[in-house]
Write a protein that binds this ligand. Structure first.
Ligand code: ZN
Length: 395
């Protein structure tokens, strides 16, 4: 069994397996001649290419997702992608590779080479994670306390700073932060954009990463062609997915959304309505981290409302990082953001999955959408008013 699994891992091309499963490599980030492949992850929702396959020999590759943390061999890929147990994944791969009887000596040689390649891949991953954290710490050290520009940016995004006593300590200001584009573009001679930015600390205790938003007084900073300068995240890979930007310490409950600005706007509205003692606030930074592990293609079993339920495999939840409320918090208000990428329908699916995930773990969880409309970007004043009316009888 073990020898067979090593033989299968060494003989199968993980790259081709991933391609057959619909993975589309990012040509700007991949280096085919080195067997270095990058794509949007097939196991968690994302638009960037965090899914890495290293397969210089044309077979025997490894994958690692720097977003959701899933990693492993061709066998692990089949287990994740097809939701089958290890024995079945092995049987499928062995039969498609035509391996029924093993040649013992050849198998041992391949297994040895495979073990060496795995150790090298793991060392490379660990080094990448350490570099990410170091870069995040360096950026954080360049920041200063929030000033008038960051305050006017947040006010323009609907945040009532007076109500919450100013900009939270987790948000700081960098007067001239460089923005280098993704992938192959990182070999550019000069940055794509340099300008003022909001830098957010990721992590509840120690810093595990930083999130950057390039800003102007009236909104997001823009490139000469009018496009918004993209937000960026860097930190200890594997640890930043699911770690929040903490906007206020949670007490009884936490208001959680994807974005820093919307979450802060909603929380400031709740504080203004006199509910600050009840709700803290965190930005989860990614809809995938908020929704948690589930069938990535939405093919999982549907709940009563027709939306996929969280994964029935408990091991997945334990192994894959995702956002959960801080220790001691029992309730969560999940902010639906109608303006989310992918439209209102995608936002609704993610929010509903997040609610189901938390409910299954015993949290009191509800989804709130501004104005009850998934196709609108509205402010959260009505949410605060409704929440105030709901809790009033308990006072
Ligand atoms: Zn992933």
């Amino acid at each position: 069994m073990t020898r067979l699994s090593e033989q299968v891992k060494a003989s199968v091309s993980l790259r081709r397996l991933a391609e057959r499963a619909g993975v589309a490599w990012d040509p700007r980030k991949s280096a085919p001649r080195r067997g270095d492949w990058w794509a949007p992850c097939p196991f968690h929702a994302e638009r960037s290419a965090s899914f890495h396959v290293l397969e210089p020999a044309g077979a025997g590759g490894f994958f690692k997702c720097f977003g959701c943390g899933r990693k492993g061999s061709a066998i692990d890929f089949v287990i994740e992608a097809e939701g089958v147990p290890v024995r079945e994944a092995l049987r499928r791969l062995a039969s498609s590779a035509g391996i029924d009887r093993e040649d013992t000596a050849a198998a041992a040689r391949r297994a040895e080479a495979h073990a060496r390649a795995r150790a090298a891949a793991e060392a490379e991953d660990a080094e990448r994670a350490a570099r990410g954290l170091e870069a995040a710490r360096w950026i954080w050290r360049q920041t200063e306390p929030a000033g008038p520009l960051l305050e006017s940016y947040l006010a323009a995004r609907g945040v009532d700073l007076a109500a919450i006593g100013g900009v939270p300590a987790s948000l700081r200001f960098a007067p001239a932060l460089e923005h280098w584009a993704h992938g192959a573009d990182t070999r550019r001679a000069r940055p794509l954009h340099v300008g003022p930015a909001m830098v957010a600390a990721i992590g509840r205790g120690a810093l595990v990463g930083v999130h950057r938003t390039w800003i102007a007084a009236e909104g997001r900073a823009r490139l000469p062609d009018g496009a918004k300068v993209g937000k960026k995240m860097i930190g200890r890979t594997g640890a930043i997915f699911g770690a929040p930007v903490r906007l206020s310490t949670s007490r009884l409950g936490v208001v959680v959304g994807e974005g820093i600005e919307t979450t802060l706007a909603a929380w400031s509205a709740l504080v203004r309505a006199g509910l600050g003692g009840r709700w803290g606030a965190e930005a989860a930074l990614s809809l995938g981290a908020l929704a948690g592990p589930g069938d990535p293609r939405g093919k999982g079993p549907a709940g009563p409302d027709g939306y996929p339920l969280p994964s029935p495999r408990p091991d997945l939840g334990a192994r894959v990082p995702h956002w959960l409320p801080a220790e001691g918090v029992r309730a969560a208000l999940i902010l639906g953001e109608g303006s989310a990428k992918g439209g209102g329908e995608a936002a609704r699916r993610f929010a509903e999955r997040a609610r189901a995930k938390l409910a299954a773990r015993g949290f009191e969880a509800e989804v709130r959408v501004p104005g009850g409309r998934w196709d609108l970007e509205a402010d959260f004043a009505d949410l605060a008013a409704a929440e105030a009316a709901r809790v009033a009888p308990e006072r």
